[in-house]
Ligand binder design. Structure first.
Ligand SMILES: Nc1nc2c(ncn2[C@@H]2O[C@H](COP(=O)(O)OP(=O)(O)OP(=O)(O)O)[C@@H](O)[C@H]2O)c(=O)[nH]1
Length: 432
């Protein structure tokens, strides 16, 4: 081959190489531009979520050339270093639980302790109110042992002689059902047993259950009038002598209402005892309810008035007013209650006057109940401390005496130990 031919071949090779180089550079630049445009993402119509994720309407479909360019670009990207020794999986592939888009070897965030806002941490979780009596049936064990078990033992023994009937009567009286209710129950049991007979323990239980439930007047309206009406909050007065559990009941009741989705305002009209207002305020804070209070020794009626006014201004569903139970004279206490009620009625209807009675005080509680009932229109009874007594029969007696339904029962010092009273569930708890 001549020198001139060799030079010609070298020139041609050089020209081809230069052409190939130029073509490559142009293609690479085009691909880069295409990728950059795709990475910019949509310019409008998107929503920046708090998490920082960009949300947008579905993107238009990519052209074939763009798809090819993207695949090639991904293939050309330098591989991420995965130090195998640090990984739990052994084959270098993503393991279960690995984040999809975060490089698996990047430092991950651990759990971080975060302080929640004050108000949120104060508001407690509240147990549902439905079925509380069933759930708290164990709290009635004292009454069950002394009353339910004894009665079932006597009736289940078969034919009862006069001595056995006397024992049934004594058991009912000891459990505080009162003479009238006891006589009624014994005579119903005697006639039913004489008519149908009782052969098994199950029959004895069924008969006793139906007689006791009937004696509790299951058709009485036990609903709590605590819902707002005519654009105003419902107003409930909680009354009773000192120490029976008025403040505690008011606090527990606020929880019941809040658990039901209501908003509540508390009025601390027990100005006689400063600690009572503090106690009520604490209950309120636990469920996010405001408390209106006055100066120690101040006028309870004016606190009640302010509470209802504030409740109307803030638009709460229910205003609960805790009253004082201690005054120097019975007349003074009753006059004061009357005044509280009259003053509240200047702005709103008093929907309920709940009389709180301590079940452990037996006949004493009943005497108090009579005094209150003579002076104020009691609409419902709350029987507290049933967990601390074997005399659960007071429920029968107090309803009979006052002709007012027991609406709620206190079954312990726990914040959610207040249950709606249901005759069937109550008798079931007594009979085990
Ligand atoms: N075991 C038990 N204790 C209760 C129940 N209800 C209230 N108590 C307790 O009874 C005590 C008196 O309760 P308070 O709510 O302060 O009584 P109060 O009627 O407001 O008393 P004053 O403010 O003095 O008029 C507290 O220790 C309560 O925890 C209950 O159902 N069972």
């Amino acid at each position: 081959m001549s020198t001139s031919s060799l030079v010609l071949i070298l020139v041609v090779v050089a020209v081809v190489l230069i052409a190939a180089l130029v073509t490559g550079v142009v293609l690479t630049r085009r691909r880069r531009i295409s990728l950059t445009q795709k990475e910019e993402g949509p310019k409008s119509g998107g929503y920046q979520a708090a998490s920082g994720i960009s949300l947008a309407p579905a993107a238009p479909e990519a052209s074939e050339a763009e798809v090819v360019a993207t695949v090639e670009a991904v293939a050309n990207t330098a591989p991420v270093e995965h130090p195998v020794a640090d990984r739990t999986e052994v084959d270098g592939q993503p393991g279960v639980g690995d984040d999809a888009s975060v490089p698996r070897d990047s430092v991950k965030r651990g759990f971080v302790e975060v302080d929640l806002p004050e108000e949120a941490s104060e508001v407690e979780e509240i147990e549902p109110t439905a079925g509380r009596l069933e759930r708290l049936r164990g709290k009635l064990s004292k009454s069950r042992n002394a009353f339910g078990s004894s009665l079932l033992g006597l009736l289940g023994a078969g034919d009862l002689d006069e001595d056995s009937w006397q024992d049934v009567e004594d058991t009912l009286l000891i459990a505080d059902l009162g003479a009238a209710t006891t006589t009624e129950i014994v005579s119903t049991l005697r006639s039913k047993i004489a008519g149908a007979g009782v052969r098994t323990e199950a029959e004895a239980t069924a008969l006793l259950r139906s007689v006791l439930v009937d004696a509790l007047h299951p058709k009485m309206d036990r609903s709590l009038k605590a819902l707002p009406h005519a654009g105003k909050p419902a107003v409930l007065l909680v009354v009773g002598v000192n120490g029976v559990g008025k403040t505690t009941t008011t606090g527990k009741l606020a929880r019941v209402l809040v658990a039901d989705g209501r908003t509540v305002l508390l009025g601390a009209a027990d100005t006689f005892r400063a600690a009572a207002a503090d106690q009520l305020e604490t209950w309120g804070k636990r469920v996010g309810a405001e408390t209106v209070r006055g100066p120690e020794g101040g006028d309870p009626a004016s606190v009640a008035f302010e509470a209802v006014k504030r409740g109307m201004d803030t638009g709460v569903s229910t205003v609960l007013i805790d009253t004082a139970g201690r005054l120097h004279t019975k007349k003074g206490l009753m006059d004061e209650l009357g005044k509280v009620k009259r003053v509240v009625e200047k702005q709103a209807v008093v929907d309920e006057v709940l009389l709180v009675l301590d079940a452990t005080t037996g006949q004493n509680g009943l005497t108090q109940a009579r005094v209150f009932a003579e002076q104020v229109d009691i609409t419902g009874i709350v029987l507290t401390k049933l967990d601390g007594t074997a005399k659960g029969g007071i429920v029968f007696q107090v309803q009979r005496e006052l002709g007012v339904p027991v609406k709620l029962v206190g079954l312990g010092e726990g914040a959610d130990h207040l249950a709606p009273f249901e005759p069937g569930a109550f008798v079931d708890a007594l009979l085990g």
